[in-house]
Design a binder for this molecule. Structure first.
Ligand code: SF4
Length: 228
């Protein structure tokens, strides 16, 4: 059997597995947005604040931002000191302040307004390139904004998705170097958003540390769980 035939067969079998996993997880968790706003610029700001932080810390800080600076213009004109003070609970507050301000400047320079709504008219690749040109925006963060707000059929492989996907055997350990692309390829485009939000929910609920496999809804698909 040729290599390409084997690859197509393994993609088909992982698609079926992902479909079954998503069905189980949606029945349990629904499709939670995990606090992510609907508008792209709001979501991007929220995710920049959330980096290396728990939702419990990032969410109140984001709300404080919106409360004190309800319009983007106010945030652009605000003194750095005031923004850093709001950012402080998150750590790295100087860097975050700089990233948020640079994002707002770059957005206004490109679209003439502080809004990323025009990205809806662009292809996912064009939108991805714009996001990745911004300071502090990694590939996975950019894909996250695209999934949550632009309905793009991409998969952000962050630590949650990575951890669960390895346990589910979506990629072989020997291919870890290629893991991000491999995991995205293994998940059918129409299920990427579902897979992402439900993996995050599962990881936070029972799988992160000291997994509670006896409570797990997808244990039968999990390489770790089936051994447990
Ligand atoms: S069976 Fe256990 S290790 Fe596997 S996904 Fe479920 S909780 Fe995590």
């Amino acid at each position: 059997m040729s290599n390409s035939t084997t690859t197509i067969q393994s993609l088909k079998s992982s698609s079926r597995k992902v479909e079954a996993i998503c069905r189980q997880l949606v029945a349990q968790y629904g499709l939670p947005r995990h606090g992510n706003p609907q508008e792209p610029l709001f979501a991007l700001t929220y995710l920049l604040l959330s980096k290396r932080n728990t939702t419990a810390i990032a969410e109140p800080t984001y709300k404080q931002f919106r409360l004190t600076h309800p319009r983007w213009k106010q945030l652009l004109n605000a003194k750095s000191r005031a923004i850093k003070a709001i950012n402080k609970p998150l750590g790295l507050h100087r860097i975050r302040t700089c990233q948020i301000r640079s994002t707002l400047h770059a957005t206004r320079a490109k679209f003439d307004v502080c809004s990323l709504d025009d990205l809806r008219e662009m292809s996912p690749d064009e939108a991805q390139a714009f996001f990745e040109s911004l300071p502090g925006v990694s590939t996975k963060l950019a894909k996250c904004v695209q999934m949550y707000t632009l309905n793009a059929k991409v998969l952000s492989v962050d630590v949650y998705v990575f951890r669960v996907s390895i346990k589910l055997g979506l990629i072989k350990k020997s291919r870890l170097v290629l893991s991000h692309e491999s995991i995205e390829r293994a998940v059918p485009p129409n299920l990427r958003y579902t897979y992402y939000v439900t993996c995050v929910a599962l990881d936070r609920d029972i799988c992160r540390s000291g997994p509670q496999c006896n409570r797990c809804y997808i244990r039968r698909y999990c390489q770790c769980g089936s051994r447990g």
